[in-house]
Design a protein around this ligand. Sequence first.
Ligand SMILES: *[C@@H]1O[C@H](CO)[C@@H](O)[C@H](O)[C@H]1NC(C)=O
Ligand SMILES: *[C@@H]1O[C@H](CO)[C@@H](O)[C@H](O)[C@H]1NC(C)=O
Ligand SMILES: *[C@@H]1O[C@H](CO)[C@@H](O)[C@H](O)[C@H]1NC(C)=O
Ligand SMILES: *[C@@H]1O[C@H](CO)[C@@H](O)[C@H](O)[C@H]1NC(C)=O
Ligand SMILES: *[C@@H]1O[C@H](CO)[C@@H](O)[C@H](O)[C@H]1NC(C)=O
Ligand SMILES: *[C@@H]1O[C@H](CO)[C@@H](O)[C@H](O)[C@H]1NC(C)=O
Length: 274
Amino acid sequence: MCFTILIILVVVSTPISANILCDKHNQSPQIPKYHLMEKCHRSKLGIAAKANFASLSSCQRLGIAKKALALNFSPPDAAIEGAEPLEYTCEVLKCAEVDGGLSLVNDSRYDYYSIYAKPIPHVNATCVPASGMFRLLQKRLNFTQAVVECRNMSGVLPDVTSEQRTDALAQVLAGAGVDAAFVGLRRNNRSSFHGINGGHLDCTSYRAWAPGHPRRYADKFDCVVITKHRMWQSVSCKNEQPVLCELLPNGPYKRGSIFTSTKVEQNNYTNNDV
Ligand SMILES: *[C@@H]1O[C@H](CO)[C@@H](O)[C@H](O)[C@H]1NC(C)=O
Ligand SMILES: *[C@@H]1O[C@H](CO)[C@@H](O)[C@H](O)[C@H]1NC(C)=O
Ligand SMILES: *[C@@H]1O[C@H](CO)[C@@H](O)[C@H](O)[C@H]1NC(C)=O
Ligand SMILES: *[C@@H]1O[C@H](CO)[C@@H](O)[C@H](O)[C@H]1NC(C)=O
Ligand SMILES: *[C@@H]1O[C@H](CO)[C@@H](O)[C@H](O)[C@H]1NC(C)=O
Ligand SMILES: *[C@@H]1O[C@H](CO)[C@@H](O)[C@H](O)[C@H]1NC(C)=O
């Protein structure tokens, strides 16, 4: 008798279609790659962790474990003769440099690496430590326009399906005095909610729906905003709202281009072409 009940429970609790959906999504975890951005430079952005490693790959693994967006690594051959050895050859960083490399300093012992191979525009880019770089667009757009606008800045509407992300992004809104902004969750054709990039909400357990949300499908509230009070609300996709975009790590990077904007301001290039 007990045995029969057990079997029924097991069968009921593993809906096969949902598992295939979730497994497929989990097959492509996004493990970041750290790209060499500037040799002989060290970023002074906040350190998430540090260690003494002889190999870059060990430092990169620490970066991945700490969800670091960038790192400073001192290769063994960079040791200065006669100088005291460095206490830490690997510093993994909470944030990444934006265009202009404002926190980069010359330091011949270190090389600077970032998961953002393409310089991040420094206007209004916000770092959320251990998550990524974001931009809050205060102009109001409908959902379709929001997707286009994020894509245009090499970004996507962000995933909010963890407490850490929901809390951090709500703080970005609160800091900017914005009540709510579109994020990357929606539903189509009576489906359940899914991420813009395919991950189904059914595959995660965290929820931050405001009371009364999500509203019924029949009301066509198929898109989602996050509020500064750390809640999700279902809204019409036609609604015009501020937008959060998550900037995607991408490339290719051309060495030196992180300094482009400051160099253009500081230097006079008129003689270079002659
Ligand atoms: C760093 O070094 C480069 C050349 O090695 C130099 O052009 C630049 O001005 C230096 N920057 C600072 C902040 O010292
Ligand atoms: C940056 O944000 C401010 C308001 O915080 C806004 O007025 C300005 O237009 C934004 N700049 C860009 C390039 O988005
Ligand atoms: C895309 O961004 C560029 C600047 O990076 C801007 O000039 C252009 O108008 C944008 N296009 C759209 C459709 O927003
Ligand atoms: C919407 O759902 C119906 C019935 O489940 C299905 O026949 C149709 O192909 C779906 N449309 C899209 C665009 O997925
Ligand atoms: C968003 O606005 C554009 C331009 O006004 C329009 O073409 C599009 O259909 C709208 N999208 C939604 C979902 O309302
Ligand atoms: C740049 O070059 C022009 C022409 O050679 C000169 O008139 C100007 O003063 C220079 N500007 C700076 C900032 O050096």
